[in-house]
Unconditional design. Sequence first.
Length: 560
Amino acid sequence: MLLPDIEIQQLLLQSGQIDTKTMRDVLVFAANARIPLQQAVMEKDAIDDERLGLLIANHIKYPFVSLSKITIPEKVYRIIPERLARKHKAIVFEKDSNGVKLATADPVNTKLPAIIAKKTGQKAIVYMATEKDVENVLQLYRKDLQRTFDELLQAEITRTETSVDEAPIAKIVDLLIAYAYRDKASDIHIEPEEKNSLVRFRIDGMLHDVLYMDKKLHDRMVTRVKVLSRLRTDEHLSAQDGKLRMEVDEENLDIRVSIIPITEGEKVVMRLLSSRFRQFSLEDLGMNDSDLTKVTSAINKSYGMILSTGPTGSGKTTTVYSILKILNTREKNITTIEEPVEYRIKGVNQIQVNPKTNLTFANGLRSILRQDPNVIFVGEIRDSETAGIAVNAALTGHLVLSTLHTNDAATALPRLVDMKVEPFLVASTVNVIIAQRLVRKICDSCKTRVVIGRRDALKDIPEEIISKHFGPKEEIGVYEGKGCKVCHATGYTGRIGVFEVIDMSEKVKELIVQKSDSDEIAQQAILDGMTTMLDDGLDKVLKGLTTIKEVLRVTKVESA
């Protein structure tokens, strides 16, 4: 890190960005997790990345730049070769008569400015940018994977004077994983087709075709993945699951592997589990101030239940992990039971469900209660047995976090009653319910303002909601991404949550006890001040964070 921990500590306290109590908690967390203080303050949601970067830049007397807010021409960023840019975490973002402007996460390093000055014959003007910001913009260097693959294959065939049968499979698999990691893909799909093998990356929840290969390479690639994952290479007719670890860009990347036989051969799906994909605060996830206040109030209680709801892939676990990071202090015993344990949290006892040894959610939860826990995270409440034990744990002085597969926040309450939990117990134990979806964020590098007609919006959204957010205007100004190299021509980079949070008011509790349906509970929650997912999404549209199309895609609202 750029500054020693003691200097970061003094800087944050003197600037008033963090109070003394918060700093004490963060210092203990940093010591336990064995991470630098700069990383710890962001993980504990004490300050956001850009504010901390600006603070450090002012302290070391370097100008600060937010790269995500500017467009960088190709001829400018290519002044530094990609290898050097990644090594030094730096990028050239502007060139004029005054000199070459260089953004770097390490502005005191003089090696790269000297190289640039020698190459261009101009003065290198150094700016500070955050490491996270620089990493995002390094995507500009990204070459098309198909082209890189074809070049690699052709070079190898020319060098060895052999055929495609002798292709360097180990290099190809490494290349795939490295590209997927740099593209921030969550999954790699390697699918056999009739004549080809297709590779797809899941980026921001969407699958993208990235590579077509000769079918002859497919079986050899599957074998290579099996060897790395310690799976049986002679088994082709049954499903196999494994894991492997690989170092990419100085990070140890854990990869979960699933292989299944399909009609054209064996299909491989690799899930990339990178710690950098989980370093989010609740604010980073997109929670508004009102919802943040409700969740923070529930977190600060020493007992009760916090539920995160939504379909698969809606970011429930990420939200719970963000809460666990806030709760993770030395004086608390936090234990989780998950299926699977995808990410390790230092200082937290994490248990993996194992049906072979009868270690189910319910049995594991019973054992956890004998371990003197303060906070318990149950990966998912799936049945009445687990629901009953979790509710009783919340009732007897434990803070219980869990997830449920329901479409909205209000449906979670009748769902627990359906699982044979007494309504009065649900009413007295649940502190807060968070429902969420993930929408893709508009790419900052190609964001542009567009105007849509009111009539077009009314095709999908009820009149009263349009009026509430956009007023009586016939033309509505919003933003969209044009598509550029940074966002792979999609117009989107990254994702953000849209939320609805139910705080348990007395009237909501009464409705639960009366066994009211989810519609009545939702109406009461709205009267109590709940922002619906659609409203939260349209607020983010107004702020230029996402598009109406994205919000409608995940909320599936029906017009009146």
